[in-house]
Design a protein. Structure first.
Length: 319
């Protein structure tokens, strides 16, 4: 028998042997080597478990202590912010001024506990009254400190009797010397004369005030503007005389009203603000109620979106 025949015979014999083998019988024809992997470590023993538990408890205790420190620090910051907020709100009047022939009201609503907006009333010689609104760049404490500084400067300067245009120039030069170059103040002021029912307006960087004219039932912008205070020492400021009549209103708004944004990123805007001022004026709302309604309109437009900036409104109504 040749080698080829012998190999074929052996193959057939081995196949027959494999076929006759029981199911549980090991067939030694092919041997495989296995590696054994230990998926679980050996039993660490009671002492190792006890040590691990002790370490976990120690770490939990350290974490709790750290959390206590963080809470105490946050409480301290909240208390300081509350104090700063209270101090800033004291820069603004808590009641409306008395001026014959006028009803005046204002409100400031900061976006955070402290902010950069404020307004104030200043009695002037000969029975006149100045109404002022300011908006310092930035938000929170970044704006609050320059706001306090500017309020002090303004209060000091209002003891003098020079015209509003000169007041702006003096304040501007002082702010250029004292503020960081990136910080400036948007400032608007109207000086009211109850004898003539005239208002002398000067504006540096604030949105144009709105003048509702009862005789026409329409609202226009008092388009007078200049650079904000604190940018350029050589900047000059002009004044605008505005004749007011019974039923007229002048509304000052900070940019937090104009730039109020909804969830879709749409702004309340100049046109919507002017239309709202006109409608509320036509309804004959008193100055205080007019502010509340305007803020309500802004809130309804904003919806669930967060208030991004301080919002200040000042209303002068001729009675």
């Amino acid at each position: 028998m040749g080698n080829h025949d012998r190999n074929a015979s052996e193959f057939l014999h081995e196949r027959a042997t494999f076929a006759r083998a029981p199911a549980d019988r090991s067939v030694p024809a092919v041997r495989r080597h296995r590696r054994v992997f230990h998926l679980f470590p050996d039993d660490p023993g009671p002492q190792a478990l006890e040590d691990a538990n002790a370490e976990i408890e120690e770490r939990n205790h350290s974490l709790e202590e750290a959390q206590k420190i963080v809470r105490a620090h946050n409480e301290m910051l909240e208390a300081e912010l509350a104090t700063a907020s209270s101090m800033q709100m004291k820069l603004m009047p808590d009641e409306s001024p008395t001026l014959p022939g006028f009803s005046i009201s204002g409100r400031c609503r900061p976006a955070t506990q402290v902010g950069g907006d404020f307004f104030q009333y200043y009695p002037r010689p000969d029975g006149r009254l100045s109404v002022a609104m300011a908006d310092v760049t930035g938000h929170g404490m970044e704006a609050a400190i320059p706001t306090v500084l500017f309020s002090g400067m303004l209060d000091n300067q209002m003891e003098n009797t020079f015209p509003p245009e000169d007041l702006f120039g003096r304040l501007n030069r002082s702010l250029v010397r004292n503020l960081d170059p990136r910080t400036f103040v948007c400032f608007s002021l109207g000086e009211l004369d109850p004898l003539t029912r005239r208002m002398r307006l000067v504006n540096g960087g604030c949105p144009y005030p709105y003048h509702y004219q009862a005789a026409t039932g329409k609202t226009r912008e008092l388009t007078l503007g200049a650079l904000p205070l604190g940018l350029r020492a050589e900047c000059e400021y002009d004044g605008l005389d505005c004749q007011l009549d019974v039923g007229d209103r002048v509304v000052f708004c900070s940019d937090g009203i104009i730039e109020a944004m909804d969830d879709d990123g749409q702004l309340f805007g100049f046109e919507r603000t002017q239309d709202t001022v006109n409608r509320l004026s036509l309804e004959g709302l008193p100055a205080t109620q007019m502010i509340e309604e305007l803020l309500r309109e802004v809130d309804a437009f904003r919806g669930d979106a967060e208030q991004q900036d301080d919002q200040t409104i000042l209303v002068v109504e001729v009675t």
